[in-house]
Every structure is written in C-alpha cells, then in structure tokens.
Design a protein around this ligand. Structure first.
Ligand code: NDP
Length: 451
C-alpha cells in the first residue's frame, strides 16, 4: 500500500494500492483497444469533449486546488492559479483539434498530401512539483491528436490525477482513453518506457531519470519528449529598474518552495549595483510569507518530503548564507527557510539544481561576462533579463542558451507559447500549437494523376 502524506502536517491523506508491471500492461492493453475508436472520433467532437473536460475542471476548481494544495503542500492561492491554467490548457487544445491542417506539395506526375497521424498509446510520466498542471500540458495535446494515454503520476502526489481521471469520464471521453496507473517510477514508469505497445513517452522530471528514459526508449525506438531540470539565470543589469527586479526575484525562485524547474536560482547582478540590489533582495525575501498552505495569504509552503528536505540541506553544509528566512515553529511539516547565498558560478550551489528555496547571488562585470556565466551550466531551460536597454534585452535573449526567457519579468510560461529546454534540460516542446508536433507523426501520400 502507498500512504500519501500532507507535507505541511505529515498526516496521511490517502492509502492507495500500488500498481505493478501486470496492472501497467493491462492499462496499456486498454489504451490500445480504445485507440481505433478514439482516433475515429470526428475532430470537432473530440474538441467538444475536451471543452467539456475544461468546463468540468473549472466547475471543480476549488476541490482540485484543495487536493493539490494538501498533497504537494503548495499555497492554496498558487494551487488555484494552477487549476485555472489546467482548464485553459484543455480549452486551448479543444480549439486546436480541428485547426491542424495538412499540406499539398507540388510534385511531378500527381499530388503529394500530408496528414498528421496520431501515434497510438502514449505514456505520460509526470513529477510531484506541479502534478496536475504538467499532466494537463501533456494530456491536452495527446488527446487532441487522437492518441490514447497511460498516465503515471509521481508516487508522492497521485491524488489530483486520479480525480482528473474521473472528470475525464464525466466529460464523456470514453473509458480506456485515459488510464491512470499509480506506482513506482522504477516499476510502472520503466515498464511504460520499455513497453512495445507504447509509441511515445512524454516525460517531465529530473535529468538523471530522463537519461534512463532515453536509454530505455532506445530498445523500441520510442519517441520521447524530455522536460528536465534547470539552473536558470536571472540577469540583472545596472540600468534595470532595480527595485522592481529585486521585488520580483524572490518569487522567481521561492515560488513552490523552489521546487520549480524554471526557478531562477542563480541571480546574476552587475557589480556596480550589486550591493544596492542585494539590500533590496534581502528585504523582499524577508517579506515572503511562509506558513500554512491552506491560508490565502501564504506565499510559500513546505518541501515535498523529509528526504527531499535533507537533500536540500546538504547544499548549505558549511555555508554561511547571506540571509535565512523564518519557518513556522512546528515540529510537523517539511519546512525549509528562504535562503540567499553569495556565491561564484563555480560553487556547487550555482551548478546543481537544488530544487529548494535557495538562491545563489553572483556578481558580473559586463554584458559579455553575464552571458558567459548564464551559459556556463549544463542546463538550458529558462531565465530572465532585467534591463531598460531594448537592444541589449534582445541581444542577450538571443545569446542565452535557454528554451524560455522573459524580459523585465520572470514569467515565461503561457498556454499558447512553446515551453521546453535545450542542452541537458531536455528537448521537445510543450504547450501552444508546438506541442501537437510531439504527439503526432507527419504522413506523406503521393497520388498519381497520370492517365
Ligand atoms: P524524478 O525524475 O525523480 O521523477 C519524475 C517522474 O519519473 C516520477 O513520476 C517518477 O516516479 C518517475 N520515474 C522515476 N524513475 C523512473 C524510471 N526509472 N523510469 C520511468 N519513470 C521513472 O523527478 P521528481 O519527481 O523528483 O521531480 C523533480 C525533478 O523534475 C527536478 O529535477 C525538476 O527540475 C524536474 N522538473 C522538470 C520540469 C520541466 O518541465 N523541465 C518541470 C518539473 C520538474 P516516482 O516518483 O513515482 O518514483
């Protein structure tokens, strides 16, 4: 049995059966049996079903946000925004189903046409930090393209995916199209990756497990999309609105208690304004409200587990942080304070993904050094550029190796725009119309018109 905990109280909130290889195979078989019927649903009808699902998510938004907040320990306000995004994602892909067209290509002796074909059974493996959100980013385009699904949530946070599966049926999406299997990554996840009847794996998680997915998928030449870790840079130039940049910076790294692949956990600041910026940053970090996730005013909750808290703590061994915030005085909950550390880009804290509320603040001399430090990492997911010089903003945005960037903002995830990484942050794009490319294959058909 799997005991699911509330990370803020350490209380059990559910007991679930754990699936093994047999149950995974049965789910794949159900998805396979349903595939022909689901791909044959007329595009506008598939769109209507997805729209119904989006509406049901909206109607159950408070319930879903509550589940997510209790299971992940995330503040309820953030959980509400995430559920709102889940509904938007399904609305977006409901609208996209009948707007993906093929081509006619001029060739000699006839006509060449292209079709976008679904892949078949798709395995979706998602992490514990944004369980419902990330599941929807993958489910929306997968279902829109006419595939059927086996979804494996992280063991620590399966509850919102299980509730979503019920709403999928309530929306009228036929049984067998979406199958949720709760079990260990090393068992259920691995089986999906190696299963001969699974055509594609959409994976979000650590770079380490991403590597295993890539290896496992090689056996059947499976398509894969990998959304992996990050160590993103928040670049603050001397000509930026420093107060605004400093006020925003804590939320770009401490949001979701730093358990965010897009966390701007390296704050790179131009040396001429470094001290002034750091003063503002310390004040802004001290103001982050850490506490009970069920309260509207809470901005940061606990970490996901005791094990993860121990891992995060190892990054601060022997380090005198520039600032350490407060946590609730309770012997329950996996709390960890917001922490700022002055560092160089060579320090472990600046090189590895901490995945906790810890930011490394690093000075740079000029634009050339800023770009060099930003790119001096194996990762390439996200980042921010703060400057009032428009040409510099564009130059730096082109030069930084990352899949998603923001200028004078730390927000770079939108339902309609592509999301994903470069380098060891993975490949393939989620969200927007780009995600549909990852869940369909292009077929070319030549028709001779010769008599
Ligand atoms: P993991 O990589 O440990 O797990 C991710 C998922 O993979 C879980 O469902 C896990 O199952 C499953 N899994 C574990 N082992 C295997 C395996 N051998 N084969 C197949 N699946 C497996 O990541 P975390 O859950 O710890 O999430 C945190 C990581 O995810 C961070 O490094 C973060 O950067 C990254 N991430 C990346 C994002 C992006 O979009 N780029 C977004 C969010 C997170 P189980 O846990 O049940 O064992």
């Amino acid at each position: 049995m799997l005991t699911v905990l509330n990370p803020a109280t350490e209380e059990p909130i559910a007991e679930l059966e754990q699936a093994g290889v047999e149950e995974t195979d049965a789910a794949v078989a159900r998805a396979r049996e349903t595939f022909a019927a689901w791909r044959a649903v007329a595009p506008a009808d598939r769109g209507r079903l997805l729209r119904r699902l989006a509406t049901l998510v909206e109607e159950h938004s408070e319930e879903l946000a509550g589940i997510e907040s209790r299971n992940v320990g995330k503040p309820i306000t953030g959980a509400r925004s995430e559920v709102a995004m889940v509904a938007q994602v399904f609305h977006f892909y409901a609208g996209a189903v009948d707007k993906r067209y093929g081509e006619t290509i001029p060739v000699a002796g006839g006509e060449a046409l292209t079709f976008r074909e679904p892949l078949g059974v798709v395995g979706l493996i998602v992490p514990w930090n944004f369980p419902l959100n990330i599941a929807s980013w993958k489910l929306g385009p997968t279902l829109a393209c006419g595939n059927t699904v086996v979804l494996k949530p992280a063991e620590l946070t399966p509850l919102s995916a299980l509730r979503l599966a019920e709403l999928v049926l309530e929306a009228g999406i036929p049984e067998g199209v979406v199958n949720v299997v709760v079990g260990k990554g090393s068992v259920v996840g691995q089986r999906l990756v190696e299963h001969p009847d699974v055509a594609k794996i959409g994976f979000t998680g650590s770079t380490e497990v991403g590597r295993k997915v890539m290896e496992g998928a090689a056996g059947t030449i499976k398509r894969i999309t990998l959304e992996l870790g990050g160590k993103s840079a928040n670049l603050v130039f001397a000509d930026a609105d420093l107060e605004r940049a400093a006020a925003a910076a804590p939320y770009a790294v401490f949001d979701n208690a730093g358990q965010d692949c897009c966390a701007r956990s390296r704050i790179l600041v131009q040396r001429s304004v470094y001290d002034r910026f750091l003063d503002h940053l310390v004040d802004a970090t001290a103001a982050v409200k850490v506490g009970d996730p069920s309260l509207d005013e809470t901005e940061m909750g606990p970490l996901i587990s005791a094990t993860h808290r121990d891992t995060v703590a190892t990054y601060l061994e022997g380090i005198d942080g520039r600032f350490r915030g407060e946590v609730p005085e309770s012997d329950r909950g996996f709390w960890f304070p917001c922490t700022l550390v002055e560092a160089t880009n060579d320090d472990r804290i600046a090189r590895e993904e901490v995945f906790g509320p810890v930011a490394a603040v690093i000075p740079f001399a000029d634009e050339e050094e800023a770009v060099r430090l930003a790119n001096d990492t194996p990762y390439g997911l996200s980042g921010s550029i703060w400057t009032r010089d428009g040409a510099r903003a564009l130059r730096v945005a082109r030069d930084v190796d990352a899949g998603v960037l923001s200028v004078n903002s730390n927000s770079s995830v939108r339902v309609s725009t592509p999301f994903g990484g470069v380098k060891q942050s993975g490949f393939g794009r989620e969200l927007g119309m780009h995600a549909l490319d990852g869940y369909s294959d292009v077929k070319s058909v030549y028709i001779s018109t010769e008599e």
